[in-house]
Design a protein around this ligand. Structure first.
Ligand code: NAD
Length: 303
């Protein structure tokens, strides 16, 4: 079993680190939020006073941070993780955050220049998947680094796919979240129309979750309160996956589509709607709160 440094113990990183502990790894973690450090200790890990301290003696270092700027800052700033990792020998570096491909490649190049292997390994499966250890990992990096990472990732996920070269994991992730962002709005529109037509949401869910409209957003994360008891819709849309983070991801997808000339008419509209949700002060709610926000809008005013 390995010694693992884990930085970013939030909604996702917290339960992921706890699963590493459960699998027998020694986890030393760091987060800016003291409550997250206390939760790691309660799960059997050890707290560190800084990211660099979490790296001490580590054979693998994992980050699960909000966005590209946090990842670049934590890994590359002076006294940061790459510098700390070099002093530990040859630890494997794994970033599980969802960030832009350019930041992922910049950090991987800085790691390579320091003689270290780094993978981008973003995840899908949400906080439920993080807690259950059933995440899907999409991994960018060399075959050799991927093989080294497998036992670590297997303690946190069920499906582990090597997507390609550095940055390929992030490319797969933004495509996934672009599809999810559109799908969540589609499910929301269906449940709202059903309500107007006098249909019961539990009945609609029982039908559509086994019919051709079925999807993860519908079956596991229904944005209308009721049908899926552990969905954020049943706890006032507490995240889950914050709307602000979904907006970040759809903007990353839009930037990638602009750069490559890929047509994304629905994702462009979805991005505008999540922007309105965040502008309405709902950024810290789960992204499925788009359902409640849509319910408050008047037909014809949204284009
Ligand atoms: P979160 O905000 O709950 O957690 C991020 C954590 O990073 C926080 O605890 C914060 O204190 C910590 N942090 C920020 N800057 C730091 C620094 N400099 N040093 C140490 N700690 C720092 O977010 P989350 O929902 O856990 O998401 C993390 C990443 O995972 C994001 O990139 C997100 O897009 C991605 N993601 C989230 C979900 C989900 O359902 N929540 C699913 C898949 C992927």
């Amino acid at each position: 079993m390995a010694k693992i440094g884990f930085i970013g113990l939030g909604n996702m990183g917290g339960p992921m680190a706890a699963n590493l502990v459960k699998a027998g790894h020694q986890v030393r973690g760091f987060d800016l939020n003291p409550a997250a450090l206390a939760a790691l200790e309660a799960a059997g890990g050890t707290r560190a006073g800084s990211a660099a301290e979490a790296a001490q003696g580590a054979e693998a270092i994992v980050t699960m941070l909000p966005a590209g700027e946090h990842v670049r800052e934590v890994w590359m700033h002076q006294g940061g993780l790459i510098e700390a990792a070099v002093a530990q020998g040859q630890p494997l570096l794994i970033d599980c955050s969802t960030i832009d491909v350019a930041s992922a490649r910049t950090v991987a190049e800085a790691a390579a220049a320091a003689g270290l292997a780094m993978l981008d390994a973003p995840v899908s499966g949400g906080t439920v998947g993080a807690a259950a250890g059933t995440l899907t990992f999409m991994v960018g990096g060399t075959e050799e680094a991927f093989a080294r990472a497998r036992p670590v990732l297997a303690a946190m996920g069920k499906t582990i796919v090597h997507a390609g070269a550095p940055g390929a994991g992030q490319a797969a992730k933004i495509c996934n979240n672009m599809m999810l962002s559109i799908n969540m709005i589609g499910v929301s529109e269906g449940f709202l129309l059903a309500q107007k037509l006098g249909l019961d949401w539990d009945k609609l869910w029982a039908i559509t979750s086994t019919a051709t409209a079925q999807s993860w957003a519908l079956s596991n994360y229904c944005p209308a309160p009721g049908p899926v008891p552990n969905a954020p819709s049943n706890r006032d849309y507490a995240p889950g996956f914050m709307a602000a983070l979904m907006l970040k991801d759809v903007k990353l997808a839009q930037a990638a589509a602009d750069a490559t000339g890929s047509p994304t008419p629905l994702a462009t509209l979805a991005t505008a709607l999540y922007q309105k949700l965040v502008d309405a002060g709902e950024g810290a709610r789960d992204f499925s709160a788009i359902f409640r926000w849509l319910a408050e809008q008047e037909r014809g005013k949204l284009g």
